[in-house]
Each structure stands twice: as C-alpha cells, then as structure tokens.
Design a protein around this ligand. Sequence first.
Ligand code: FES
Length: 233
Amino acid sequence: MLRLTIDERTIRVPVGYTLLQAARENNIPIPTLCSHEALLPYGACRLCLVELVEPRGSRLVASCGYPCQDGLVVRTQSDLVISTRRTVIELLMVTGAHLPIIRALAAEAGVDAPYVALPPNDCILCGLCVRACRDLVGVSAISLTHRGMDRTISTPFRISSADCIECGTCALVCPTGAIRIEDVTRPIRTAHTWGSPYERRACRLCEYDPPGAPFPEDYRELLGMSQNGMCET
Ligand code: FES
C-alpha cells in the first residue's frame, strides 16, 4: 500500500492507483470529462488538474494519469487549482456553453461566460469515443482528424465507415451527448453523427451482455480478448 496526503487527509491506496482513483475512493471530488474507468487515461480535457506540493515548489498534474507514490502531498482545492480549473472551463465554454454538462461545471466553478463565443459544437474533442472504439471494441471506425480550429472526430474521409459495427459504444461513453445513434428498423442502426446506416454486426463483447446479466470475471477468456482489451472478433 502507498501512503499519501490529499487535502490534508492521509490516505492509503494500492500500488498502481492514479491520484484520481485515490481521490474518488476517498470521496474527494475532482471534476473530469475525458476519463473513463474502462479506458486508460488520456489527459485531454485538463479538468482534473491538481496541485502537487514538492520541496522546491508545486506544480499542476492531471490526476487521471498521475500515479500515486509514497509521501505525495496533493491539493485539489488550492487557489492555483481553482483558478486553473476556471480557465479550463472558460475555454470549454467557447464552443460548449450550450451543453448541460459544461453549464453545470461552470455554475459550480462560478464561471459566467467564455472569453469569446464561437459557433456551438456538441463535441469537446475529449477523444473518449475514439479510444473506446479502438481499445474496447477493437474497430477504430472513427478518429481525430484535421488540426486547429478544424479539429474534429470523423470516419475516414468523412464518409460512412465500413468498419463500424453499430455497437453504440461511442455514444455510451460520450460525456456531452454529441453522438446520436438511432435504431432505424431492427437490426439497422445509424450513427447520425457520422452517417453510417449499417446493420448491427456481431461483437462478442457487446453481444454477450444480456440485460441484467453480470459481466463475468473471466470475460477476456470467454470473449477471446487479448490482454490489451482488444476484442478479437
Ligand atoms: Fe484528466 Fe481529462 S480527466 S485530463
């Protein structure tokens, strides 16, 4: 076990925990947008920044990906953290001020308006959908494309992706509800966001999951998944 201090509280956590996991397990709230417990940390949204107090000063780190170490001293509500969090939220509001989840974060942080308003966009480019499609489903039907203001998430060449199996995992993990999936007529589904009207195709990972059934401990073996979590269907 590791011993560290978060917000003046000394806590013990298992080796391998991130600061975010340690905080959550001890009911210390840290806001996040791009973190999902089924996926490895990515550090896209920077909302989870915390202050690491070190002998020669302090620095901000993304708690979702920072590993716990013995003796760490962490602050989640210091002036530095709160002012940086406010800045992150102001930036998210530039295109996302209409989104309920961004509005809720802004209200909690006391942010009234963004520096500047650009055309609204439901997608905050957190990349969760891309990573879920690649790392959980093993399909990679979508990816982050273009640069700067044109940065977006899309299917290859912005046309219907033949790799999409219409499992809906992308919509499930999206924190803003930017991805709309519709069952047109069973078993045809379409992801409106990228226009991919295909019949839902079998994936042993999602097809295993009948309503109410517990997900098995040894699901990797049952589903023929490799150690990195990729579905091998
Ligand atoms: Fe840590 Fe987004 S949750 S950077």
